[in-house]
Design a protein around this ligand. Structure first.
Ligand code: PHE
Length: 339
């Protein structure tokens, strides 16, 4: 019995079979149990001998089974490890990493700059009420300047905003001037009913800026714009203001920066003027202040609206604004900051 058991155990190569053997040899219906059960029929002298012997066999078999089990378990694990082995010397597959869109990079740079100067960032909604997009900015219905900013209407009084300027009205109406001046920028997407071509897109970006307080002057506006131009394009650039018109600012200006390409000498990019127009700005119109509950005799300041798309075109010499919106990675990867 002992020999047969040991042999069977040794020959097994499967873990599940080891258990079968245990049941067969040592189980209730096994031969060993039968021997132990038959002990009652033995004489007093024989009983301890047979009992001891049977117990020895049981212990031996039990041990053999345990050893075999451990052996097979280890073998199984080794096999699994061998199968799942990884060759760490194989060259890896490159992981393609995303990055901010070139326009977002410009916006991020501007946000960093303005936050550093104590401005708050207010992001508005692209779907805006007509009242905020036009009326509150001193553009009543039938105002001829609405023509230049025709847009997509969601309902007769709700539209896709044509500019980020509605955020001026939204921020000034809730500002508490007893706590200090209002300084904010608002980056985001705007829409116009334009036919797309190299310099027009029905969707583009703006960064609005607004500073209102007790002694804010046009000189502050110019100084601020100079910091913006120098940060984005380099220290050698100058800013020049030209008179212009916007219904919500008075006086209104358009700001030019020195052509970064020829540094003012004149080239094709600046149409040989030496200057490039980059944004609209002005001193906030008293009507706009009044309509949003700000006393124009006490507070005033400047606002500006610049176009990151245009900034990106100028900075990188991109000739077609549509390139920004076609999401061709061959184009976008040129602006990969990680090189
Ligand atoms: N909102 C104007 C535009 O879209 C730009 C602007 C903003 C002008 C703020 C003056 C002040 O053309």
């Amino acid at each position: 019995l002992r020999q047969q058991g040991i042999q069977e155990i040794n020959e097994t190569e499967e873990l599940s079979k080891v258990n079968d053997i245990r049941v067969k040899m040592l189980g209730k219906k096994g031969p060993l149990t039968a021997v132990l059960r038959g002990m009652k029929d033995l004489s007093k002298e024989e009983r301890p001998k047979v009992g001891k012997f049977a117990n020895e066999i049981r212990d031996e078999l039990t041990k053999a089974i345990e050893v075999k089990k451990a052996e097979l378990t280890a073998a199984q694990l080794n096999e699994k490890l061998a199968k799942e082995a990884i060759d760490v010397t194989l060259p890896g597959k490159p992981v393609i990493q995303g990055q901010p869109h070139v326009i977002q990079q410009i916006i991020d740079q501007l946000v960093d700059l303005f936050v550093g100067m104590g401005y708050e960032v207010a992001v508005g909604d692209e779907v805006e009420q007509e009242e905020y997009n036009f009326e509150r900015l001193n553009l009543p219905k039938d105002h001829p300047a609405r023509d230049m900013q025709d847009t997509f209407y969601v309902t007769p009084s709700v539209l896709m905003r044509t500019q980020t300027s509605p955020m001026q009205a939204r921020m000034m109406e809730k500002h508490d001037f007893s706590k200090g001046p209002l300084k904010m920028i608002s980056p985001g997407k705007v829409y116009r009913r334009d036919t797309d071509d190299a310099t027009h897109s029905h969707q583009f970006h703006q960064v609005e800026g607004l500073v209102l307080g007790e002694h804010v002057t046009m000189a502050d506006l110019k100084g601020t714009l100079e910091v913006v131009a120098k940060t984005l394009f380099g220290d050698q650039l100058e800013v020049r203001l030209r008179p212009s018109y916007f219904p919500f600012t008075e006086p209104s200006v358009e700001a030019d920066i020195t052509c970064f390409n020829c540094l003012g000498k004149g080239c094709a990019i600046c149409k040989h003027t030496g200057w490039i127009e980059v944004l609209g700005a002005g001193m906030v119109h008293p009507n706009v202040l009044k309509m949003s509950g700000v006393d124009p005799d006490k507070y005033g300041g400047f606002a500006f609206g610049l176009g990151p798309d245009r900034f990106a075109m100028i900075k990188y010499g991109v000739e077609d604004i549509r390139d920004f919106y076609q999401n061709d990675v061959r184009f976008l990867n040129q602006f990969n900051q990680k090189g």
